[in-house]
Design a protein around this ligand. Structure first.
Ligand SMILES: *Cc1c(COP(=O)(O)O)cnc(C)c1O
Length: 448
């Protein structure tokens, strides 16, 4: 019998994060203050983030210790299993070995809980009482609601309208963890009211929701802001995924030829792939493949430029692949992949050609997710279906080639069943962003 589950013994628990910034050949361009065009230091961002996280955001240190309090909570679901997709391999008739790192075992059902617990911890350390955040598909909102409650913090979540309507049980889940939640755009903030006045039936976007959470944060003394992806410290927290996976593969004497993850803001892909970057820099023949939706093709069709992280231009300027801060992607069902920008670390890896990217359509991804569910049993989140589809493409391109594929199953889809229902009813369509729409959206990139 082929070994299916690869468990990591407790004495091999990952105790440090790996900071890929230390190894980026060209370094990382600093965030800029939009007012002055000058690099923005931690002092100015102290109003929205705690110092502990800002230090990580700016850090060049290769290894960073994980505090005991975080490891303790992580023990609920970490180390997460590495599973060989033997039944999928058989169904595909491939000689490739396909492994997936399963992050759906976390309490909120995705990798996001890893960073949520870390962020709540550092906020608590510095006396913060309340967190404000945005959520796309609802995964981050659930993760932060849980983590905030573990550290006795209040939490308010601005949830992108289209997801709020598509995934009503996400709201119940956040309420269960004790958080307050509103659909974004909401009447609770100036940006929300402005967007609602202009476009009352907008599906919303992460860019709008981020603006609202930031406005909430700066309007109160007791509140800080938390972001579920994109930033360096978030990608850093997620490296536990790749560090564990590497050790788990080593236990069975394996090593990946290709590492795959879906890319929304880039954090689950960074978490799985970054720990393999040093090997690649040393000449190891390994491919790192990010997968995005064709409707929001940041890495494959975006511009590499300084841009805002939100619609209202409140964030520092980040140097990243972007479709423009006022890009509103269509309401596809992988809500977590509807973001106009990409993590600066992922953008840098892309530009240094240390990784590659591909864009896929939502129908082929749901088809892959369904095959995965029928073989391996787990119903993947619509975001994760993008990684599943890419893994299938890799495994079947040359089915006789013995190769090892590792992908991140970033979350389960048990709260996304309404999306599967629409898919089975034939109500989902593909969207390809026309080049003109992308050119239009990137016209408003800030001029420096
Ligand atoms: C949020 C989310 C993503 C996308 O975000 P990244 O920061 O790119 O990882 C992917 N998968 C799931 C399950 C998510 O919840």
């Amino acid at each position: 019998m082929k070994q299916k589950h690869i468990l990591l013994p407790p004495d091999q628990q990952v105790k440090s994060w790996y900071n890929v910034v230390a190894d980026l050949p060209g370094g990382l361009a600093p965030p800029l203050d939009p007012a002055t065009g000058q690099p923005m230091g931690p002092d100015k961002m102290g109003a929205i983030f705690p110092m502990g996280l800002l230090e990580q955001e700016m850090s060049q240190q290769r290894w960073i210790d994980i505090p005991r309090e975080i490891l303790e909570i992580w023990q609920i679901w970490r180390p997460s299993p590495l599973i060989r997709a033997t039944f999928l391999e058989e169904a595909l008739g491939t000689k490739a070995k396909i492994y997936y790192k399963y992050e759906g075992v976390s309490p909120s059902g995705s990798h996001k809980t890893n960073s949520a617990v870390a962020q709540a911890y550092y906020n608590k350390q510095e006396g913060v009482k309340r967190l404000a955040t945005e959520t796309g598909a609802g995964q981050w909102g659930c993760a932060l609601s849980f983590a905030a409650h573990k550290f006795g913090l209040d939490c308010k979540v601005y949830m992108v309208r289209v997801s709020y309507d598509q995934k009503p049980y996400r709201k119940v889940m956040m309420n269960t963890y004790g958080a307050e939640i509103v659909a974004s755009p909401s009447p609770d903030t100036p940006t929300g009211r402005e967007v609602l006045a202009k476009t009352p039936d907008t599906p919303g976007s992460l860019g709008i929701a981020i603006s609202e959470a930031l406005e909430d944060t700066v309007s109160r003394d007791d509140t800080k802001y938390a972001l579920g992806s994109v930033l360096n410290h978030v990608c850093l927290h997620q490296t536990v995924i790749g560090l564990e996976a590497k050790q788990q593969l080593a236990l069975v004497g394996d090593y990946p030829d290709v590492v795959i993850g879906c890319c929304g803001g880039g954090s689950n892909f960074a978490g799985l792939a970054a720990p393999f970057v040093p090997d690649k820099l040393e000449g190891k023949n390994i491919r790192l493949l990010g997968v995005e939706p064709a409707s929001c093709p940041t890495l494959t069709k975006g511009s590499f430029a300084y841009d805002f992280g939100d619609l209202s231009q409140r964030t520092p300027l980040l140097y990243m692949y972007t479709l423009g801060h006022d890009f509103i992607p269509p309401g596809i069902h992988a809500g977590g992949l509807r973001y106009h920008g990409m993590a600066p670390v992922i953008s840098a890896l892309m530009r240094e050609k240390l990784m590659e990217a591909t864009a896929l359509q939502q129908l082929e991804c749901f088809e892959a997710g369904t095959l995965f569910a029928r073989t391996e049993g787990i119903i993947p989140a619509p975001e994760s279906c993008h990684a599943v589809r890419a893994a299938i493409i890799e495994a079947t391109r040359e089915p006789d080639k013995p190769q090892t594929i590792l992908f991140n199953l970033s979350g389960h889809g048990l709260l996304d069943l309404a999306s599967y229902e629409k898919y089975f009813a034939g109500e989902l369509v593909n969207y390809e962003m026309p080049d003109e729409a992308i050119a239009e959206a990137t016209k408003n990139l800030p001029k420096l």
